[in-house]
Structures are given as structure tokens and as C-alpha cells.
Design a protein around this ligand. Structure first.
Ligand code: S3P
Length: 169
């Protein structure tokens, strides 16, 4: 029986990769981190793609990845923080029957978790906390519109995984 992928969404630093890995392990499913999937296909890091090809090229690669991954079975997908802000990507996951799970953490916690991390091009700015607050504020309603369930991801990854499995039953 085909079981559509479980899609994790949320802002940078909300724990999609950590939680996704643990959830996949618990279910005996495969795990894919969409940024790594794109990096592997492009032979470049996300930062290199932004620098050398520009953000629109990266968004096109994301759309392509959504098309490929959404049709798989028994897969947990950690999306990049921008993926579910595009309604066309949401639509593809919905059509494939994927449950969409929002992991949310407050902007201050995002800033704390990503301190010293330079791998997110959108956050390599002088006023980091302000940028996180602004972007998070603009995106949260879009994530909420896309998601079937929302979990508090400020909790430990173990608890987050447990909450997801309980909610998806
Ligand atoms: C982005 C989030 C990043 C990565 C890219 C853009 C975004 O992924 O896709 O830097 O627009 O929020 P993570 O959410 O895994 O950090």
C-alpha cells in the first residue's frame, strides 16, 4: 500500500531535520532533508546556489524537488523554511495526500539555536534577530494555512516526535 510522505514545515532552526530523522526512524520510513537533496542534485551547497545562481534558481530547484519527493511512499520530508510559503508547493503535497506538520518555535529561540550559523543566506544580515522576527511573522500564517497539524517545537525533539505520532493517528 502506498503511504504518502509526511511533510515537516516551519521556520529555519525549528528542528525539522532532527525531528524528521527521529520520526522516520520510529516509523521505519526513509528520511529526506530537502536542502540536502537539492545540494546533492546541484553539486553545490545552498549558499553557493544563492550566491552563484540567485534565490529564484534555488526556488525552482525546490519546486522540482517537491514534484519528485511528493510521489514517494513511506518517506518523511524535512522541507526548507521557504518551501511551504509557496501555494503551488502546498498544492502538490496536498494532491499527493501528504499530511503537513508545522513545527513552530518563537523567533528568539530560532536566533538562539542558529547563533554562529552562517549556512542560511537569508539570515546573514547585520540585524539578524529583527530579520528573523519579520520573516517569521510574515511566514507563520502561510505555514499555518498549509499545515494539517501544528506542534510546539520548543519542546525536546523526543516530545515533538511523540506529539506528531499521536496527532497523526
Ligand atoms: C530557507 C531555509 C533553509 C534553506 C534556505 C532558504 C528559507 O532551510 O532552504 O537557506 O527560505 O527559509 P532550513 O529551513 O532547513 O534552514
Amino acid at each position: 500500500m502506498t503511504q504518502p510522505p509526511i511533510v515537516l514545515c516551519g521556520f529555519m532552526g525549528c528542528g525539522k531535520t532532527t525531528v524528521g530523522n527521529m520520526l522516520a526512524h520510529k516509523l521505519g520510513w526513509q528520511f529526506v532533508d530537502m536542502d540536502h537533496f537539492i545540494e546533492h542534485r546541484a553539486g553545490k551547497t545552498v549558499s553557493q546556489i544563492f550566491d552563484e545562481l540567485g534565490e529564484p534558481a534555488f526556488r525552482a530547484m525546490e519546486r522540482e524537488a517537491v514534484g519528485i519527493l511528493s510521489s514517494q511512499s513511506r518517506l518523511v520530508i524535512a522541507t526548507g523554511g521557504g518551501v511551504l510559503t509557496f501555494p503551488e508547493n502546498v498544492e502538490v503535497f496536498r494532491k499527493a495526500g501528504c499530511p503537513i506538520v508545522l513545527l513552530d518555535v518563537p523567533p528568539e529561540e530560532v536566533a538562539r539555536r542558529l547563533q554562529g550559523d552562517t549556512s542560511r543566506p537569508l539570515l546573514n544580515v547585520p540585524d539578524r534577530l529583527e530579520t528573523i522576527r519579520r520573516l517569521h511573522g510574515a511566514r507563520l500564517p502561510l505555514y499555518q494555512k498549509a499545515a494539517d497539524i501544528q506542534v510546539d517545537a520548543a519542546k525536546s525533539p523526543e516530545l515533538v516526535v511523540e506529539n506528531i505520532t499521536l496527532s497523526l493517528k
